[in-house]
Design a protein around this ligand. Structure first.
Ligand code: HEM
Length: 717
């Protein structure tokens, strides 16, 4: 989700990391296994013998320049290798290691200056430390960044380097601040799920307050609990099914745009197009507003981007200029931001007001009677009904839908989770499974003309203030926009580098989808497409780092920690850890068999966290998965994509998510000529009580009738 990365990037880059020279390419891989043992003992591993081998994962993709490209790549590879070896040596020299000035430290320094090989001394002193520390609690391995270059490099790259040296948990000091960097699945699981109550969003809330207020991402405690319970049901199965039509139509609009470029022979910058595509989708999906940014650059679109970029800037700026008195009021940039924020907020307020103007029938629940029904499970339709009867409201309710929303919350307030629309697995984890009763329940709040989340929240009797509602909408706008755009950007980058994956993908889409719009059933059939997306999220997790702060003392990886620790869980490191992944640097969707489950944090035991995990897992995971499957399928069916000749190298930088530094310039060529207009006239029908869009049977391809099943388990199986 965008915001977490934003704050992660921000906080990380406010301080600085070990200076790293040279280019930072995506697809880097350190072949050495992380030295957990030595790191945990608090000593340094044998750095001087360590050499981290780097390979670039892909060819340039520009046809006809093979030899030249290979030579350039080889030079880049050697430079990269040299750079990392230098970094490893600097870390080995103790440059980034915090040591208490004391006799042992002075003795070590003195001996080092006499010249004995560093590695023997390191071993000797680590043994000495172990002995001396036998009575003390173990100390987390400690590294610190030199206050040197942050530059434009993606901050998680140095974190990866340090992880290879220090292991699954280490401390990093930046000036007066100290952070724990976590790259171990078991520790991540503990923080996110097993003991999630002991952690808050910490600095994330501070950074995002100006734009998200008390929205779901930065919120903590009771506000978060209540808002999550209200919002999760809004992303129910029928809603996501309805959205499939929207995804297909929006993607088709992008196809039309690309078709024009293909005709003109113009290269296209795909990153900004994906950003516009996902903005248009999330605007409609969350508050039924058509930004139409793929065709227009209206004031509101510009304002949204101004606000988003400001959030990113704040998260990466070393000095919080926006807090400096007077300057914050006179700076042209800050004035522009204020004006943009005002416009966006006013627009959201207007949409809320319009939506509130819809005459929902509202019934008040006699909440004084609610305690008698304490034992009623909040997620049960029957439970709600019973409550209504108990509260004496069932009689004469021609349409009890609005009251159910209130009843649900009243009961929920008395009852412990699981959250509505989610169930706990044996292991205590949540899976979003919407049961049939739930489906009926949600259906009553659905509006064919306006299936947006805003409408659902109001229809279901959400009685929060307009400000809280606006915070939630703004949060979802940001969370659901940049993340999906970044995912599409890196997916197409990876596809352009692996023609064999692209061919297989196109084959699947041709067979399953042909020229019609995707339907909810296709989400289950487009298995390889779904694996491509999962693999892209593994290599380029959005966000690359999750942020937490301990609000209680705890023990992480055997090390006691105090409350108040700021923690970065590096998803980037987890996803590229060679202990858990074969050839972690390779873009290989085949690593997950098509007849197996879709990968998620549960079945990968927290070594894979594309949507986070535990109670704060992404609420839009299914939405985002289907959205990107639809977009990828629609695009690769109609076009071939290659890196544009002469395009700048694709390098990473961090904002809210992982961005490219100079865009993704691609040459797009038509596969079908002319562009086929898909059947836009899809209708929703009920099949076995399940909601599906009805494809034109004449346009349905060969194997479309196979595999009926529970859609909500497609992604979260
Ligand atoms: C590819 C797209 C997406 C990715 C990779 C993604 C990823 C994530 C991740 C990793 C988290 C957990 C953050 C943490 O634990 O600190 C998260 C949270 C969240 N996401 Fe997403 N997300 C995506 C799309 C969406 C969409 C489309 C929406 C809304 C429609 C959304 C709404 C949220 C919200 C509200 C949270 C906060 C949940 C909470 O704290 O209770 N996300 N997302």
């Amino acid at each position: 989700m965008a915001a977490a990365a934003m704050a992660a990037a921000g906080t990380a880059t406010r301080f600085s990391f070990p200076q790293i020279q040279g280019p930072h390419k995506p697809g880097l891989h350190a072949s050495a296994a992380p030295p957990f043992g030595s790191a945990r003992s608090g000593s340094l591993p044998l750095f001087s013998t360590r050499r981290v081998a780097i390979v670039c994962s892909a060819s340039s993709g520009v046809p006809g320049k093979g030899d030249e490209d290979r030579a350039v790549k080889e030079v880049e590879r050697l430079l990269e290798e040299k750079r990392r070896a230098e970094l490893a040596d600097r870390i080995a020299s103790g440059e980034f290691t915090v040591e208490q000035p004391g006799f042992v430290s002075l003795l070590r320094k003195g001996l080092l200056s006499l010249g004995p090989p560093g590695k023997f001394l390191d071993e000797f002193f680590s043994l000495a430390k172990l002995g001396a520390g036998a009575q003390r609690a173990p100390e987390i391995p400690h590294a610190r960044g030199s206050v040197a270059a942050v530059g434009s490099q993606a901050f998680f790259i140095p974190l990866y380097e340090l992880f290879l040296i220090y292991g699954g948990i280490f401390r990093l000091n930046f000036g007066p601040k100290s952070f724990l960097i976590v790259s171990d699945p078991a520790i991540a699981k503990h923080i996110l799920r097993e003991n999630s109550k002991a952690y808050s969003k910490g600095i994330l809330s501070e950074i995002l307050e100006f734009v998200m207020g008390n929205g779901l991402i930065p919120a903590d405690g009771e506000i978060w609990r209540i808002r999550r319970r209200t919002i999760v049901p809004a992303l129910h199965q029928k809603y996501v099914a309805t959205m499939i039509g929207l995804f297909g139509k929006a993607a088709y609009k992008l196809c039309e745009k690309l078709d024009a470029s293909a005709s003109d022979g113009e290269d296209v910058e795909m990153e900004s197009l994906f950003s516009r595509l996902t903005l248009d989708i999330i605007g409609k999906a969350v508050f039924n507003y058509d930004f139409d940014s793929l065709t227009n650059d209206t004031g509101i679109v510009e304002a949204v981007y101004t606000v988003l970029r400001e959030a990113e800037m704040r998260s990466t700026s070393p000095i919080p200029t926006w807090e400096i008195p007077i300057w914050k009021d006179v700076s042209p940039r800050q004035r522009k931001v204020k004006a943009a924020l005002k416009l966006v907020n006013n627009t959201l307020d207007g949409l809320i007001a319009i939506c509130k103007g819809v005459p929902f029938r509202r019934w008040k629940l006699n909440s004084r009677r609610a305690p008698e029904k304490k034992e009623i499970p909040c997620e049960s339709y029957n439970g709600i009904k019973e409550l209504e009867e108990g509260a004496g409201l069932a009689d004469g309710l021609a349409d009890a839908a609005p009251v159910r929303g209130e009843a649900r919350r009243a009961v929920a307030a008395l009852h412990v989770p699981p959250l509505v629309g989610e169930v706990m697995d044996d292991d205590g984890g949540r899976h979003r499974i919407v049961e049939q009763e739930e489906l009926q329940f949600h259906e009553e709040y659905m509006n064919e003309q306006d299936p947006s989340i805003l409408h659902f929240l109001l229809a279901s009797g959400d009685d929060v203030s307009s400000k809280q509602l606006r915070d939630d909408l703004m949060t979802m706008l940001i969370a659901g926009h940049e993340t999906s755009a970044a995912l599409l950007t890196w997916t197409f980058y990876l596809l352009s580098k692996e023609p064999s994956v692209m061919s297989k993908l196109q084959e699947e889409v041709d067979t399953v989808l042909g020229d019609r719009l995707p339907t909810i059933e296709d989400m289950k059939r487009l298995k390889y497409t779904s694996r491509v997306i999962s693999e892209s999220l593994r290599l380029y997790p959005q966000p690359p780092v999750l942020i937490r702060r301990s609000i209680e003392d705890d023990v992480l990886g055997g090390y006691p920690i105090k409350r108040g620790e700021d923690i970065f869980i590096s998803v980037w490191n987890l996803h590229r850890n060679s202990t858990y992944w074969v050839e972690p640097e390779a873009f290989n969707p085949e690593r997950w068999p098509l007849d197996g489950p879709n990968p998620n944090e549960i079945n990968q035991n927290f070594s894979y966290l594309p949507f986070g995990g535990g109670p704060r897992k992404c609420v839009g995971d299914m939405f985002a998965s289907f959205e990107t499957i639809c977009a990828v399928a629609m695009l690769v069916r109609r076009f071939n994509f290659q890196m544009a000749p002469g395009a700048p190298p694709v390098e990473m930088t961090t904002g809210a998510t992982i961005h490219t530094t100079e865009g993704l310039q691609m040459t797009v060529t038509r596969r079908t000529s002319p562009l086929v207009i898909p059947n836009l006239d899809t209708k929703i029908v009920t099949v076995n009580g399940d909601y599906k869009e009805n494809p034109d049977p004449t346009a349905t391809s060969g194997n479309a009738s196979e595999e009926q099943g529970e859609v909500s388990t497609v992604i979260n199986s």
